[in-house]
Structure formats: C-alpha cells, structure tokens
Design a protein around this ligand. Structure first.
Ligand SMILES: *Cc1c(COP(=O)(O)O)cnc(C)c1O
Length: 388
C-alpha cells in the first residue's frame, strides 16, 4: 500500500457491531454471547469500595483496565474516586474522551509514538505515569517540554511482584532525583503494586506478602524524605489486598479494579474462616445460549474462547449446581450435566461468571446493563482493543 493510502482517513470507518440488545428489552431477549452487567450489584460494589477507602482515610483511584467503560469510570468518580488508573495510553485517551479528568497510567510507557500521545493527552487531562528507568525519564521529559505540558511521575518500585519497578530504597531515590531534575516532569511519589499477592488464597499468605511490600515502601518513603522528596502519592493495591494497604499508614492511594465485577478467580480467595470472601458481588456475566444438546450428560453453548478469557480458569455457571463448563473451543462451550442436575433445554439461556474479568471485557464492544431482568442501558466498552 502506498504511503498516501495510509494517510487518507477511511471513507467509511468500520463501526462497532450493533449492540446485542435494546433498552427496555427483557433479559431473555438479549442476543448471545454477550456481557451482561447487573446494575444493582455494580452499584453496591462501587459504594462498598468507596466507603471502605473513605473510612480508612485513603484515596481511591480504581483501575479502569477492568471495565474499559467510561460510564463505570464516571460512576466510580461520582462515588468519590479521585480519577482512574489505566494501563495504556490509548486506554487513558478513551477514558478522557468519556469525561474522566484525571488519569494515572500505572505502567511504563516506552516508545516515541506512545510518549508523544501521552504528552498530547496531558494538554487536556491531568496525566500521571510510572517510570523505572532514567532513559525513559529523559524521553518523557523531552516530550512533555515539546508539548508544553507537565507530567506527574511516580517512581515504580518492585515490592515483590517481579514485574516492572526498580528496587526499593536507594535506586528509587536516584530515579526521583532524575525526575525532579527533568523539566516537564513533576515527581509525585511511588507506585508500589504487589500484583502477585492479589490471588493468594489465604489471608495469611496475602498479609505476609503485603507486609513485605509495606515495609519496603515505607523504608523507601523515608529515604526519599531524607533526600528532600515528599511523596504526595504512595499508590498500589488490588481487590485481593486493598484492606491491608488501606490500613498500612504507608499507602495513600488504592488502585483496585476487579472489585467492580468480581470474577470466578477472585471468588476463590478465602477469608480467615476458610470461606470465600463475599465483600463484593459478582456483577459481570457472560450470557450464552444452549445451541445443541447432543446427549443426556452434555450440552453445548455458543460461548467459547472468543467470548471469554480462560487464563484464570473456565467460567462458572451461575446458580446452577451440577452444570459445569468443562472445555472450550473457538465458538463452543462444552458443559457437563451432573447426575442430579437439571439439564438446560435447547435455546435456553445461561448466565456464567467469567474466570477473569479484565481480558474477557476486552473481547466485547458492548456491556448490556440490566436491572430487575430488564435492559436499562447499553454501555460501549470505550477502551476495547486499546492495547497500545
Ligand atoms: C491490575 C492492576 C490493579 C488492579 O488489580 P485488581 O486485582 O484488578 O483489583 C492495580 N494496580 C495495577 C498497577 C494493576 O496492574
């Protein structure tokens, strides 16, 4: 293709696929596979997290990678969130376009084109970003100066997750010095997310991992203070451990995301009594139709690998004991019918709890928002596919 062909805007952009439902429809009429959001449960989850963080005296900046949906981000902010986290520049731009005025890209942004888009976004939106490398600090500073903006920069420390981040302590101080010496950048504090603690199943395992993170983060804050750097923000925490960071006295901004939907994997986290934690409710469901009933022990539904992410396990059939999702291919789900279970009929529709909410949402253009069995709204997944 010639260069000019790329430069031309598409005459007829390929729009979103039409939504699987219309407002006012009964749930049973909604086309499948689709993602159904129970509005009452979303509202209760949003309110519970807002209340928990308010009571603990910490700020809430929920992670929008979970829902990628402007309507939900704005609901979280109405309940008191200071803004949202995003993982990608295009995701942050989609949230800003939906009306979010304060975005932290809780991630490293490396590459000239991305950095320019980030700086451009900061012309109209309050933008923060994380760093763990002085070369990246220089590149961010140059782009911010060129765009005439200031970026808030958090130094990311690795507090045990072994993802991005410099080591706590002296390396973080050195990077804070680099940030504050760079025009166009403002040192904002620390990013200290312990991601690998979130799905540890027992409270003892989770608190041991977060104790280490709190200690390392607290020591780093003190070293920064001694070097003359105030941390306005000490950020981290996910749905599995937010109560620990909230009570730490070290973290002041929490980034939990999955709490708004709660997937099947998070429902496997246990409380001190060994029961699944019930602080937040399942509010996100994959809605599917029985498309074939080949035998007494098996039914096939129309939702397979292209309808959900299976990296954290297969979905659970909601409120249907004995009916188990056992395998998935591209467009089919194979369900085993237990001996005592009711076998769903051909054409019957099922609600399933996805194994992992974030990557599942990214497969859909629309969320079907339902209340009391009726479609109340259709929400675009604004940042669907926003992976760059
Ligand atoms: C994913 C993520 C979160 C949110 O975690 P949940 O488990 O979805 O609540 C918070 N902070 C960062 C940096 C993340 O990547």
């Amino acid at each position: 293709m010639s260069q000019t062909a790329y430069a031309q805007p598409l005459a007829s952009p390929a729009g979103r696929v039409p939504p699987p439902a219309e407002p006012g429809m009964a749930l049973g009429e909604v086309d499948t596979p689709s993602l159904v959001v129970e509005l009452g449960a979303v509202e209760r989850n949003v309110a519970r997290m807002a209340e928990a963080t308010r009571e603990a005296g910490v700020r809430l900046r929920p992670h929008a990678k979970t829902h990628k949906c402007g309507a939900i981000a704005l609901a979280q902010m109405s309940a008191g969130a200071v803004g949202v986290c995003c993982q990608k520049v295009s995701e942050a731009a989609a949230m800003a376009a939906a009306g979010v005025t304060d975005v932290l890209v809780s991630n490293q942004i490396v590459g000239q084109r991305k950095i320019e888009r980030l700086a451009d976004l900061a012309r109209t939106t309050s933008v923060g970003v994380c760093v763990d490398d002085a070369r990246n600090v220089a590149a961010l500073g140059a782009a911010a100066q060129a765009a005439g903006v200031e970026l808030e920069v958090l130094v990311e420390i690795d507090v045990g997750a072994r993802r991005c981040g410099v080591l706590p302590g002296a390396p973080a101080v050195a990077l804070a010095e680099a940030v504050s010496a760079t025009e166009g950048l403002r040192f904002g504090g620390l990013q200290a997310y312990q991601g690998s603690a979130q799905h540890l199943r027992t409270p003892d395992e989770r608190s041991a991992a977060i104790e280490n993170a709190i200690t390392a983060t607290g020591e780093t804050v003190a070293k920064l203070q001694a070097a003359g750097f105030e941390c306005r923000t000490v950020a981290g925490a996910g749905t599995g451990t937010f109560d620990l960071e909230a009570a730490s006295g070290v973290y002041n901004e929490l980034q939990a995301g999955s709490y708004v939907f709660m997937d099947a994997d998070y429902a496997r986290n246990l409380d001190a009594g060994g029961s699944p934690i019930t602080t937040f409710e399942h509010s996100l469901f994959m809605y599917a139709t029985v498309m074939s009933t080949p035998s007494e022990e098996r039914v096939i539904i129309d939702a397979g690998l292209k309808s959900m992410s299976v990296d954290s396990g297969l979905p659970i059939v909601s409120d249907w004991p004995g009916l188990e999702y056992v395998s998935a291919s591209d467009e089919h789900g194979n369900l085993a019918v237990g001996a005592d279970a009711r076998r769903p009929a051909l054409g019957e529709k099922l609600m399933l709890i996805p194994g992992h909410c974030d990557p599942t949402v990214n497969l859909y253009d629309w969320l079907v928002a339902v209340r009391d069995g009726r479609v109340e709204a259709l929400w675009p997944v604004d940042a669907r596919g926003a992976v760059y």
